[in-house]
Design a protein. Structure first.
Length: 328
């Protein structure tokens, strides 16, 4: 009975106070797919008077296929704290049949543009694009998949899409792996202003990674970039280390969107202490700017090495040095 009550509260997004500085404003975990809270890879937009959050879910995965069953959930909120699931985006096209997940989103021409990845195809996973006029029902881009990287520095995989408009062009940030498939790292492509985000619009911007793991806490992985412009620069919140190593959130800065330097050698937002809700990791960030200029960092966490996954956020303040986590 106790576990049932706990799952009910987690699924309905309540804030849980605790002693650590990372006191969560929200805690959301969708239970409809697996019976336990399981939500990853959040991205948030303010669309037509309400907040929409897109996130990765698992739909009845097969026990012998750990990469199976992935789809995208949709939740709605009026206050960025209390969320209600209102929809799903399930595999539909042939290229998605093994799964889709890790959404990125932006608003353009009165529509939600969703950038997401196929999943379960190893080095052949790629970035796709879809649009929606209501934020719930999406039409796939006819040129999907729209992007995979080229060159001998990577294995051809592209995941964790983030698209941001900066200096009159769109930047597509993606994670890929080295040719051996061991090291995860960040790359970037660009498209001109006015783009429909079709496959032919994207040009790979570099012949090398723009950010790869170098610090001890980053392990063998830098992924999940989320970007925002402030103070005449771009700031990238990224996930360092693979899931539950622990994964933690780092910060990098750029003036041109291509050349990046770390703003700090330590995690911007670390995992929690033993016994806390995010003791296994704080990962896969999404920096969200509201219409009033306030910014919030959404991220995933769990206390059990990935048996469950929860989503939360913290408000971000800004000063001359860059972003910082605001304390309640």
């Amino acid at each position: 009975m106790r576990n049932t009550i706990l799952l009910f509260f987690l699924a309905n997004c309540f804030a849980v106070p605790y002693a650590h500085a990372q006191k969560p404003r929200m805690m959301f975990g969708d239970t409809t797919g697996t019976g336990i809270p399981y939500s990853k890879d959040p991205v948030v937009v303010n669309f037509k008077g309400k907040y929409l959050m897109y996130f990765s879910i698992r739909k009845f995965p097969e026990r012998d296929k750990p990469m199976s069953g992935w789809a995208i959930g949709i939740a709605e909120s009026r206050n960025l704290t209390d969320w209600k699931k209102i929809g799903e985006i399930l595999p539909e096209a042939e290229y998605e049949k093994k799964g889709l997940c890790a959404p990125g989103a932006l608003l353009k021409d009165g529509k939600v543009h969703l950038f997401y990845q196929t999943y379960g195809n190893g080095p052949k996973d790629a970035i796709c694009h879809a649009t929606s006029e209501d934020g719930i029902h999406f039409t796939r881009n006819k040129t999907n998949p729209i992007f995979r990287p080229a060159g001998d520095w990577n294995n051809g995989r592209a995941i964790d899409a983030e698209v941001y408009f900066y200096k009159n062009k769109y930047f597509l940030y993606f994670a890929t792996r080295d040719p051996e498939g061991k090291i995860q790292m960040q790359g970037v492509a660009t498209a001109p202003a006015g783009s429909n985000f079709d496959k032919q619009d994207w040009t790979q911007a570099t012949a090398q990674p723009i950010l790869k793991p170098e610090l001890p806490w980053e392990g063998e992985c830098v992924e999940g970039a989320s970007v925002i412009g402030r103070n005449g620069k771009l700031y990238m919140f990224y996930a360092g280390a693979y899931n539950n190593w622990p994964q933690q959130i780092g910060l990098a800065v750029s003036e041109d969107g291509i050349k990046w330097e770390r703003a700090t050698d330590i995690p911007f937002l670390p995992n929690g202490k033993p016994g806390e809700w995010n003791s296994s990791e704080s990962g896969h960030p999404c920096i969200f700017e509201d219409t009033d200029g306030k910014t919030y960092l959404f991220y995933q966490g769990n206390p059990d090495k990935g048996k469950s996954w929860l989503l939360s956020n913290v408000e971000i303040g800004w000063n001359a040095k860059g972003p910082y986590i605001k304390q309640d």
